[in-house]
Design a protein around this ligand. Structure first.
Ligand SMILES: O=P(O)(O)OC[C@H]1O[C@H](O[C@H]2O[C@H](CO)[C@@H](O)[C@H](O)[C@H]2O)[C@H](O)[C@@H](O)[C@@H]1O
Ligand SMILES: O=c1ccn([C@@H]2O[C@H](COP(=O)(O)OP(=O)(O)O)[C@@H](O)[C@H]2O)c(=O)[nH]1
Ligand SMILES: [Mg+2]
Length: 724
């Protein structure tokens, strides 16, 4: 039976050594907590690091024990932990992806260790992999694993989920090995992020740093369709709700309350991490007690800091800073019977967490950056009486879903201070309204739905990849097509022009049909309806083809000329107002790019860079295309990255719609379509169940068949002529 292989740096257990004995403990962290229930099903396994360096004999013992628990360990040596985990993962990628650029460092040695460790994980996966398995790789520590697997197993199904933010291109490009990281990820079929912004940033980096063009959320990587999407991770809602409602949690709450006294409590709970904004939260609390002295003695902060990565210097410093601030605030505002901050530097099991979630009227979760933040969701699920207030940072992925929280910018101290006051004074009715709406959200979209959605998206994509993989048109298939054509009574053939009937040329005005082509078109027009369907200006087509007895469709369908008749313009057109702005953007890029030029059609604008120095042309076209995409949002325009062109056109017009319009109300018994680029995909898609669709060139396509070049097209057309 096909299985799912989950892979992450950390296994959902952590092994510790106490007096030579190995102890198995559950890991902290959202990922381990979240996927905990999935890998135990059927033959599924979870591959990862058990969190400890061991002797060889101990490794053997651990491996056997873990196999019984559906896990497979990847052991890391001390130096791998140092360079791959604490080094590149957590001192290059983590700070970069959380926008802490002053903490980033770039060490070649650590990058090499990262590559080697990723290879080690890929090898471990290969060992357990069977052909129909699905591999689901998690997180920034393993960005190279998808490509390493893809190189070895070209057809295997690979998903990747990124749990931390993906930074803006401006930050990501600072990493010297950025392109290798992107290509590593693009070995996956489906790549998920928590938020739309993360996915947008990733696509923009793929485009600008690695040269991939994308269409909506799809990227074509060496003929393989890769999809990117935003899938915010949820929690096991019932588990948290039930645990918080249990007798045990209630009893614990009562006993903690007895010792703590009656003050209101603000919960602060995170791993020790500079991204979590702990010092800023403490300072805001200090300021709050100073500005509103009436609250001294009436409200305390319940501060839990879970130890994490404490061998990294910046984490060590953070620990000292937190300890200093706690001491400072407790010294300043504490009294014999009032402790402003109750501080615990350790992790707690679920029962305790549930009691904490119950007893804190407020949860203050104010990271500077956070991929998602599950604590905020767990707090909501644990509020049995549908009350309490969540103060949540806008910089946490969770804020995109939890709009009924008191959202704050963690850098705005005045706002943070005020939010504490607002939360403490919020009327119960408002607390209930907000909490109930957030509970609905968190309950609706759980970890189980998240997993199903991810896996289903991945499987669905795999099916589409298979179905859409173009088939090379061999001689047998060609004969069949010709044979059917011979029998057809009402055949129609749609032919794209550039790249399909003629090769590309440096000067787009230099592509007049040669004698061979004119001959073919003349003969073919006597035995079938012929339609040239092109992105070209009407003027070009007119000049080259109007003597022939064929239909012309220009500018992707904006202008149409039936054989022997005059040009007609598609009346349902949108205005040309967008052109002024788009033209000025394109002109700005022409000034800076020797050799680039603008082609203006009646309803589209095209920026050509065929004559530009190679590297420069690629670079500028990517900048231009991002620039245009940004400016054109909500304007119903498409920006198309074509063959050495960037084209802007109204999205209401495309070759697909034009081809459907042409066959409307007719009874063609044989429809054939040839095309080579992105714009022809619309025709292939529109006519998919009616026509023989043929893509010219390699690469992913909606077309059923593929031929190599324009010569092969001409030869097939000649065969068809000869057959009739
Ligand atoms: O393995 P560690 O170095 O000890 O770190 C623990 C985990 O921290 C990160 O968690 C993230 O995933 C959460 C769930 O998607 C998300 O809510 C949170 O915002 C992230 O920071 C990290 O991504 C994991 O790989 C670590 O294992
Ligand atoms: O003492 C603790 C504190 C936290 N957690 C869990 O650790 C996870 C933290 O996940 P989050 O997404 O908030 O942050 P991360 O640590 O993954 O960045 C949550 O599921 C918490 O329930 C825990 O098990 N024990
Ligand atoms: Mg073409």
């Amino acid at each position: 039976m096909a299985k799912t292989i989950i892979v992450s740096n950390r296994l959902p257990i952590r092994i510790e050594k106490e007096e030579e004995e190995l102890i198995y403990k559950t890991s902290e962290g959202g990922l381990a907590t979240g996927l905990g229930s999935i890998y135990k099903e059927n033959d599924n396994i979870w591959i990862g690091w058990p969190g400890i360096s061991l002797e060889k004999e101990e490794e053997q013992e651990v491996e056997e024990e873990l196999i019984n628990r559906n896990m497979r360990p990847v052991f890391l040596s001390e130096s791998e932990v140092q360079e791959f985990y604490l080094g590149f993962s957590n001192q290059t990628l983590w700070p970069a992806f959380h926008y802490f650029i002053h903490h980033m460092r770039f060490k070649e040695k650590e990058w090499i260790a990262y590559m080697q460790a990723n290879q080690k994980f890929a090898d471990a996966i290969s060992k357990w992999l069977e052909p129909d398995d699905t591999i689901w790789v998690h997180d920034y520590q393993l960005m190279l694993v998808p490509e390493l697997l893809r190189n070895k197993f070209p057809n295997v199904t690979i998903g990747f989920f990124q749990h931390i933010p993906f930074p803006s291109y401006e930050v990501f490009r600072m990493i010297p090995w950025r392109k290798k990281l992107l290509n590593g990820l693009l070995g996956a079929d489906f790549i998920g992020f928590h938020t739309y912004d993360d996915m947008r940033h990733f696509l923009s980096s793929c485009h600008r740093l690695a040269g991939y063009s994308y269409n909506r959320n799809q990227i074509l990587v060496k003929n393989r369709l890769v999809e990117v999407d935003s899938l915010p991770m949820g929690i096991d809602y019932d588990k948290y709700a039930e645990s918080a409602g249990s007798q045990l949690a209630k009893a614990k709450e009562i006993s903690y309350r007895d010792s703590l006294g009656p003050q209101d409590l603000i919960l602060s709970m995170d791993r020790l991490d500079y991204s979590k904004g702990i010092p800023g939260r403490l300072r805001a609390f200090e300021k709050f007690l100073g500005e509103y002295p009436e609250y001294q003695g009436r409200v305390s902060m319940f501060l839990i800091v879970v130890p994490s990565r404490d061998k990294v210097p910046s984490y060590k410093e953070l620990k000292e800073e937190v300890e200093f601030l706690v001491g400072h605030i407790n010294g300043k505002y504490g009294t014999i019977n009032y402790v402003p901050i109750h501080f615990y530097y350790r992790s707690f099991p679920l029962d305790d967490l549930s009691a904490f979630y119950r007893m804190c009227k407020i949860a203050m979760i104010t990271p500077n950056r956070d991929g998602m933040n599950l604590v905020s969701k767990e707090y909501i699920a644990s509020r049995e009486n549908v009350d309490g207030v969540l103060i949540l940072s806008e910089m946490a992925g969770a804020s995109k879903e939890l709009s009924d929280a008191l959202l704050v910018n963690p850098n705005d101290e005045a706002q943070m201070v005020l939010s504490i006051k607002t939360a403490l004074e919020m009327p119960l009715s408002e607390q209930k309204r907000r909490m109930s709406s957030m509970q609905k959200t968190v309950q609706k979209y759980t970890i189980f739905q998240w997993v199903d959605l991810f896996i289903n998206n991945l499987k669905d994509l795999k099916k589409r990849q298979l179905a859409m993989a173009t088939k090379k048109l061999n001689s047998g298939l060609k004969e069949k097509l010709v044979e059917e054509f011979k029998k057809a009574k009402e055949p129609i053939i749609f032919l794209d022009y550039d790249g399909t009937l003629v090769p590309f040329h440096e000067d787009p005005n230099d592509c007049a049909p040669d004698e061979e082509l004119t001959g073919i078109l003349k003969k073919l027009s006597k035995i079938a309806q012929l339609v040239i369907i092109s992105g070209r200006k009407a003027g070009n087509l007119d000049l080259w083809l109007s003597d022939l007895d064929i239909d012309l469709i220009a500018e992707h369908g904006i202008k149409v000329k039936r054989a022997g008749k005059d040009w007609e313009e598609n009346e349902n057109l949108i205005s040309n107002e967008w052109k002024t702005e788009a033209r000025s953007i394109m002109e700005f890029y022409i000034q800076r790019t020797p050799g680039a030029f603008l082609e203006e059609k009646d309803h589209t604008l095209v920026w050509h860079y065929r004559k530009v120095e190679k590297g420069l042309g690629d670079l500028r076209s990517r900048e231009l295309s991002s620039h245009l995409k940004h400016f054109m949002t909500n304007k119903d325009l498409n920006v198309i990255d074509g063959d050495h062109v960037v084209e802007v056109k109204p999205s209401a017009i495309n070759k697909g719609k034009a081809s459907l319009e042409r066959i409307k109300g007719q009874n063609y018994d044989y429809i054939m379509v040839f095309g080579d680029d992105r714009t022809d995909e619309d025709t292939f898609e529109a006519l998919t169940d009616k026509a023989h669709t043929i893509k010219v060139g390699s690469g992913f396509s909606f077309a059923k068949f593929a031929v190599e070049n324009h010569e092969e097209v001409r030869s097939l057309l000649q065969d068809m002529i000869d057959a009739k």
